[in-house]
Design a protein around this ligand. Sequence first.
Ligand code: ADP
Ligand code: MG
Length: 234
Amino acid sequence: MEQIEFRGVTKSFSKGRDKVVAVTNINLAIPKGSFLSITGESGSGKSTLLRMIAGIERPSAGTIYVKDVDLWGLRYFKRRRFCKETFAQMHRMIDVRRYKTALDMVTRELPKSMDKAAKRAKALDMLDRVGLANRASNQPAKLSGGELRRVALARALATERPIVLAEEPTGQVDPSTAKALLTLIREINSQSGTTFLVVTDSEALAREATRTIRLEEGRIAYDHSRTFSPFTRH
Ligand code: ADP
Ligand code: MG
């Protein structure tokens, strides 16, 4: 069964008397455990597509199913709760001044009902999964851009939600660091069964995912899947 399915989804915005069609008649099936990148030039509809999945932007026509639920058929509060349980957002910008350490950044994503020791253990485990176990007690301001991106990934994973949404997760880091982040996501994706949807305007980065759709003027111009050799753990 598909985890996310678009059926004839169109989104238009009215600009004064004009109508801007952001996304046109999208049909798309995304199975559980996918690592899908969404690419295309600026204005091609990438963000609109992701925002419709995230429950933020309502389609003008068509239906989006998430885990067999007609997402936009839900009423506001139900939809909000459903999205909160289903999606983890990997934020590009985190206000680091709010946190004392890298560990603290992850811990605060965990449920309030967890006790302190369990939170700490879990947050350390998440930092370990993104290769930052030795940075746990670092002040966020002393982490590099690439390390902060990985903390953002650890935070998303800590929520244990089945689908991670990331809008330009590699913003403001150099190309090799960006590529390493996508490779890390691919490794975690292959081990965890968590679905990742990543929007990026970089074709090169989009190719690090196991499937890429490219939008052109709101339509899917291509949909390409690829395989990578398995990761070897030493
Ligand atoms: P991308 O993320 O690929 O750059 P967007 O999804 O942001 O593209 O935008 C696609 C098109 O929809 C663009 O023409 C954009 O101007 C238009 N658009 C997006 N959001 C709005 C909005 N809230 N109001 C009006 N037009 C919008
Ligand atoms: Mg965008």
